[in-house]
Each structure stands twice: as structure tokens, then as C-alpha cells.
Write a protein that binds this ligand. Structure first.
Ligand SMILES: NC(=O)c1ccc[n+]([C@@H]2O[C@H](COP(=O)([O-])OP(=O)(O)OC[C@H]3O[C@@H](n4cnc5c(N)ncnc54)[C@H](O)[C@@H]3O)[C@@H](O)[C@H]2O)c1
Length: 263
């Protein structure tokens, strides 16, 4: 048995949304490292291009694509252009996401709608578009969050989107299973990324390292392994779920959080 081969993605094509930063950036690099051609799709065109270039410089195969995943038509176009340019689609990582913090008593209708559009409806629309063109053996992975297991103040609308995406993961898994398409999720723990750096800011809105490190320390204390998630930890879980190594796994969520959900 060639164990390494089970994790290879040679001649496969993968789309990674939110691939321009953090967990998506690491996942794009790992999927490319396993042999896939990766479409690095992000709202931030410069970052998408930076990541695709880094992968190419490393000997991998990647292209950048600007997309707003909250726009259904743009998501349909992303899948269509991938098919036109790369001939197939084997893996979709629905990973793009945002975090707007507000207590539920104060959250505005606009803010709630934005969270739903970017974090939840994107998963529905991305999976619909991808599943229509995917062949048996393909895999969809959704980036959820440890928030599916905890409630914390200020993250209610974010939690709704991630619990909703978990429900989409499971229902798509049963609906797409007969087509040979697997649908799974990863639930990363607290990870140093653009998102978490954006919520550790001082009064002027500038990144505050002290606040950030305090937060990291609190999150680390929740894990029996005493640490926080690194983007690469999530990326390796994505690789497992995207590859034939997980060929009989669907509707599952891998919690990449050092055991924090057990606390
Ligand atoms: N950082 C954490 O602690 C953590 C924990 C659990 C889950 N997550 C999830 O991981 C995913 C990736 O987040 P991250 O931590 O790497 O943050 P990040 O901010 O570093 O990366 C998110 C990427 O998504 C892109 N993006 C945002 N809105 C978009 C849109 N409308 N269309 C296309 N791209 C868009 C951003 O430009 C950015 O490149 C998110 O779904 C997030 O909810 C993060």
C-alpha cells in the first residue's frame, strides 16, 4: 500500500475561498504541496495574487481569482471560470469568513445580514455551484469554528453562521453522498490570523499586541494541549478531508482545537 499516495491530489483542481490569508492561505499551500492546481479565491485581489505567486515560486500550481463570496453570481462565475480554465473541479474549501462582534441585543439588521451573506449563504451557493460540476470522488470542506461548541458574548451572529454551516455540511453530505461527493467541515480553534488580529485593537483601531497575547493565553488555557491553533494545523485537516485518505468520511467535523471542545 502506498500510504503517501492516498493523500496526493495530483491532477486535481481545488478552489480555496478566503485563500489570501490565514487558514485559507495555509490550506492553499498544503493542497498545492499535495499536487493540486489551486484557485486562490479572495475578496482581496492583492493577497490572492501574493499567495498564488508564493505557491508557484515553490514549484506548485496556483492561480489567483478575485471573488466576493457573498455575491451568488460571483460564486457561480468562479466555478464556471475554474471549469473553463482548468477543465475540472475536485475540491472546494468554503473558507472565506468575517467576524463582526456585537452583543445580540445590539446587532443591527445590516450587520446580521452581512454575517449571513459572507459566512453562511456563501457555503450554500458555493456548494450548489460546485456539486453541479463535480465528479464522483470530489470533496467539499467547510471552515466552521469551535464556536459551534461554545457561546461567548459578542459572537452570537458569528455562531449562527457557523452552526448554520455545520447544518449545511451534514445535509449536503446526505444529499450529495449518492453522487459520490463528500462534504465535511473543520472547526479550528482560536488561530492567529487577519480575523483575530482585527479584533485585538486599541482605542485608535490599531493592532494591540498586548491584548492579542492576553486573548491567545486565555484561549490556550482551554486546550489540554495548552496552545492555540496554527493555520497549518487546519490545513492538514483540510488535506485529509480533501483526499482519498478520507474516502469513507462524510458529514463529519474535525475539531482542530487542541481538545478545547472537551473543556
Ligand atoms: N482565526 C480564528 O481564530 C478562526 C477560528 C475558527 C474558524 N475561523 C474561520 O476560518 C476562516 C478563515 O479565517 P482566518 O482566521 O484565516 O481569517 P483571515 O481574515 O486571515 O482570512 C479570511 C480571508 O477571507 C477573505 N474574505 C473575507 N470576506 C470575503 C468575501 N466576501 N469574499 C471572499 N473572500 C473574503 C479575506 O479577504 C481574508 O483573506 C473563516 O471562515 C473563519 O470564520 C477562524
Amino acid at each position: 500500500m502506498d500510504v503517501a499516495q492516498a493523500f496526493r491530489l495530483d491532477e486535481r483542481v481545488a478552489i480555496v475561498t478566503g485563500g489570501g490569508s490565514g487558514i485559507g492561505e495555509a490550506s492553499a499551500a498544503v493542497l498545492a504541496g499535495a499536487g493540486a492546481r489551486v484557485v486562490v479565491a479572495d475578496l482581496d485581489r492583492d493577497n490572492a495574487e501574493r499567495v498564488a505567486k508564493a505557491i508557484t515560486n515553490d514549484g506548485g500550481d496556483a492561480v489567483a481569482q478575485q471573488v466576493d463570496v457573498s455575491d451568488k453570481q460571483a460564486v457561480d462565475d468562479l466555478v464556471a471560470s475554474t471549469l473553463a480554465e482548468s477543465g475540472r473541479l475536485d475540491v472546494l474549501l468554503n473558507n472565506a469568513g468575517i467576524m463582526l462582534r456585537s452583543p445580540l441585543l445590539e446587532v443591527s439588521a445590516e450587520e446580521f445580514e452581512q454575517m449571513l451573506a459572507v459566512n453562511l449563504k456563501s457555503v450554500l451557493h458555493g456548494t450548489q455551484a460546485a456539486a453541479r460540476v463535480m465528479k464522483p470522488g470530489s470533496a467539499i470542506v467547510n471552515t466552521l469554528s469551535t464556536i459551534i461548541d461554545f457561546s461567548t458574548p459578542g459572537t452570537g451572529s458569528y455562531a449562527v453562521t457557523k452552526k448554520g454551516a455545520e447544518a449545511l455540511t451534514r445535509t449536503f453530505a446526505v444529499e450529495l453522498g449518492p453522487l459520490g461527493i463528500r462534504v465535511n467541515g473543520i472547526a479550528p480553534g482560536w488561530t492567529e490570523s487577519g480575523m483575530t488580529k482585527g479584533s485585538a485593537v486599541d482605542e485608535r483601531g490599531a493592532f494591540d499586541r498586548t491584548t492579542f497575547d492576553e486573548l491567545a493565553g486565555r484561549m490556550s488555557a482551554r486546550s489540554p494541549l495548552e496552545g492555540v491553533t496554527e493555520p497549518l494545523d487546519s490545513a492538514f485537516a483540510v488535506l485529509y478531508l480533501a483526499s482519498a485518505a478520507s474516502r469513507f468520511v462524510t458529514g463529519h467535523v474535525v475539531r482542530v482545537n487542541g481538545g478545547a471542545s472537551m473543556a
